[in-house]
Ligand binder design. Structure first.
Ligand code: G3I
Length: 461
C-alpha cells in the first residue's frame, strides 16, 4: 500500500478496527465469511496449509491444540528420514513416524512424506557405503518405506537436496551421487512402483531465485525427467528465508516456470526469520506468490511456534513461543482468504509450449458424486486433475471412470487405477475415501497423447 496523505489520515481509523496484532501492516479486517484458520482458508482455493511436526512434542497440549486447529497437512520433521526409519540395515523402525501419521490422519489431515533418499541424516551403516551396495541399499530403503506407508502419503520428498550450492548448477557430491548420476531417477522409479498413489517430489533449498544456477540445474533435471517419462509429479521449494537468503523478487516466476513443466509446485519448509510487520509482509508475499500459481498446491511451514523451530533464535514462524498468533500469521491468513486467481498474469512463461485449457464434465454420477476434470494439455501430453464432489450424502469410497481414447495414462496419484487407455477406472486410496456430504477431494493422472474427451463419471462404492 502506498501511503498518500489521505491514507495516512485514515491510519487511526483503521487501527481501531484492526487488531493490535496487525502491527504496522494496514490490513483490512477479514470479511464476514473469511475462514479463520490457515487450513480452512487454504482449502477455499483447493490448496492445503501444513506444518512440520515433531513426535517429541505430541504430548504438549498447546502445540497439539494449534496443530489440530490450524493445519490440514503434516510433515514429520525428522521421523520419516533414513536414519529414523532404517537405523540398522534392513531393520525398519516406524514408531515415531506412525505416531505423527496417525495423529494427523485421525484428525482428517493429510501427510507429506519426508524424505526417502538424502545425503544427510543417513544411518551410520549407510554413511560409509559406496557403489552397487549403496545403490541397492538406497533403492531397498525407498521401496520398503514407500511400501510401508502405501496409500497414506499425499506426496513424498523422494530425493532431498541433491544439487550443489553456488554457481555450478550441478549435482552435490555425496556417496549417493557417486553411485552414478542416474541415482535420482532410480529412486523415483522405485518410489512409483512402491506407492503409485503418492505424488513424487524433488525437494531442495536455495532454489527460489530464478536467476540462481542451482535453480536452473534443478529445472533442467525436471525438464529432462518429464521429457523421458521419469515419474516426477512435483517440486518442493523449502523456502528457508532470512537476511542472507531473502525472498527473491522473482519467486513467483520461479514457481510458475517449474509448474509450466507439468509438475505441481509446493512450498515445503517455509520459515522467514524476523519479526513484526516486516516479517508479516514477507509471509504475505510468499503466500500470494503460491496462490497466483494454479499448480502451487500448498504451503507447509517448518514448525508451529518460534520455539519449535530448528532456528528458534530467528523467530521464523507464525506463532510465538507461547502459542499466540503473530502478525505474520494474520498476513498469511489474509493472503489465503484473498484467494487464488488460478493463473499467473505477471510471470513470464519462458520455456514450454504448454497450453492450459480447462474442460469440465459434470455428470450426475450413479451413486451420489460428481467428477470434474481440469486438463493441462501440451504438445505431447497432459496432466488431468480430477475433483470428486460428494452429493447430499457422505462418501466412504468412490470410483471415477474416464474415457482415454487418444492417449495413454503414464502415471496417476492419490487414486488406484485400472488400465491405461480406453475406459480407465480410478478408485480412492485410503486417505481420500471419506468425503463429507458436499465435500471434495482430488486425484490426478498424467498421460502421453491427447487428453481431451475424458468425460469422467463418478459413483460411490
Ligand atoms: O533427538 C536428539 C536428542 O535426543 C539429542 O539430545 C540432541 C542432541 O544434539 O539431538 C536431537 O536430535 C536432533 C534432531 O534435529 C531433533 O531435534 C539432531 O541433533 C538434529 O541434527 C536434528 O536437526 C534437524 C535437521 O533437519 C537435521 O538435518 C532439524 O530438527 C530439522 O528441522 C531439519 O530439517 C531440515 C529438513 O529435513 C531438510 N531441509 C532443511 C531443514 C532444516 O535444516
Amino acid at each position: 500500500m502506498k501511503l498518500t496523505p489521505k491514507s495516512v489520515a485514515l491510519i487511526p481509523i483503521i487501527a481501531t478496527v484492526a487488531t493490535a496484532a496487525f502491527g504496522a501492516t494496514l490490513i483490512a479486517p477479514p470479511a464476514a465469511n473469511a475462514a479463520t484458520t490457515l487450513g480452512a482458508a487454504a482449502q477455499q482455493s483447493g490448496r492445503y496449509f501444513g506444518t512440520a511436526v515433531a513426535a517429541g512434542r505430541l504430548g504438549d497440549s498447546t502445540y497439539v491444540g494449534i496443530l489440530n486447529r490450524e493445519f490440514d497437512m503434516v510433515t514429520a520433521e525428522n521421523e520419516m528420514k533414513m536414519d529414523a526409519t532404517e537405523p540398522n540395515q534392513n531393520q525398519f523402525s516406524f514408531g515415531n513416524g506412525d505416531r505423527i501419521l496417525n495423529q494427523a490422519r485421525n484428525q482428517g489431515k493429510r501427510v507429506r512424506g519426508h524424505a526417502l533418499a538424502w545425503h544427510s541424516q543417513q544411518p551410520g551403516w549407510m554413511q560409509n557405503m559406496s557403489g552397487t551396495a549403496l545403490r541397492n541399499a538406497m533403492l531397498n530403503h525407498v521401496t520398503q518405506v514407500a511400501t510401508y506407508y502405501k496409500g497414506k502419503i499425499y506426496a513424498w520428498d523422494v530425493v532431498n537436496e541433491a544439487y550443489a550450492d553456488g554457481g555450478s548448477g550441478g549435482r552435490r557430491d555425496s556417496n549417493l551421487q557417486r553411485t552414478g548420476n542416474d541415482w535420482i531417477e532410480a529412486a523415483f522409479r522405485a518410489a512409483r512402483a512402491a506407492d503409485p498413489g503418492a505424488k513424487l517430489c524433488y525437494n531442495d533449498y536455495n532454489t527460489d531465485n530464478w536467476s540462481d544456477a542451482k535453480t536452473q540445474g534443478v529445472y533442467r533435471m525436471v525438464q529432462d525427467f518429464k521429457s523421458r517419462g521419469v515419474p516426477i509429479d512435483c517440486v518442493g521449494f523449502q523456502s528457508h528465508f532470512n537476511n542472507n537468503s531473502p525472498v527473491p523478487s522473482n519467486y513467483q516466476t520461479t514457481l510458475q516456470n517449474f509448474a509450466n513443466l507439468g509438475v505441481d509446485v509446493q512450498i515445503t519448509e517455509l520459515d522467514i526469520e524476523g519479526s513484526g510487520s516486516a516479517q508479516a509482509q514477507k509471509f504475505g508475499n510468499v503466500t500470494k506468490a503460491c496462490l497466483a500459481v494454479s499448480r502451487c498446491t500448498g504451503i507447509t511451514v517448518w514448525g508451529i511456534r518460534d520455539s519449535d523451530s530448528w532456528r528458534a533464535s530467528g523467530t521464523p514462524l507464525l506463532f510465538d513461543s507461547s502459542g499466540n498468533k503473530k502478525a505474520a500469521y494474520n498476513a498469511t491468513l489474509d493472503a489465503l482468504n484473498a484467494g487464488g486467481t488460478g493463473t499467473d498474469p505477471t510471470s513470464t512463461t519462458t520455456t514450454t509450449t504448454t497450453t492450459t485449457t480447462t474442460t469440465t464434465s459434470n455428470n450426475p454420477g450413479t451413486g451420489g458424486c460428481t467428477a470434474t476434470v481440469s486438463l493441462n494439455q501440451w504438445n505431447e501430453g497432459f496432466v488431468a486433475t480430477v475433483k470428486v464432489t460428494a452429493g447430499s450424502s457422505a462418501l466412504s469410497g468412490w470410483a471415477v471412470t474416464a474415457t482415454v481414447s487418444n492417449a495413454t495414462v503414464t502415471s496417476s496419484w492419490s487414486a488406484n487405477r485400472s488400465g491405461n487407455s480406453g475406459s480407465v477406472t480410478f478408485t480412492n486410496v485410503d486417505y481420500n475415501a471419506n468425503v463429507p456430504a458436499g465435500g471434495t477431494t482430488e486425484f490426478g493422472f498424467q498421460g502421453s497423447g491427447n487428453g481431451s474427451g475424458l468425460n469422467p463419471s463418478c459413483s460411490a462404492r
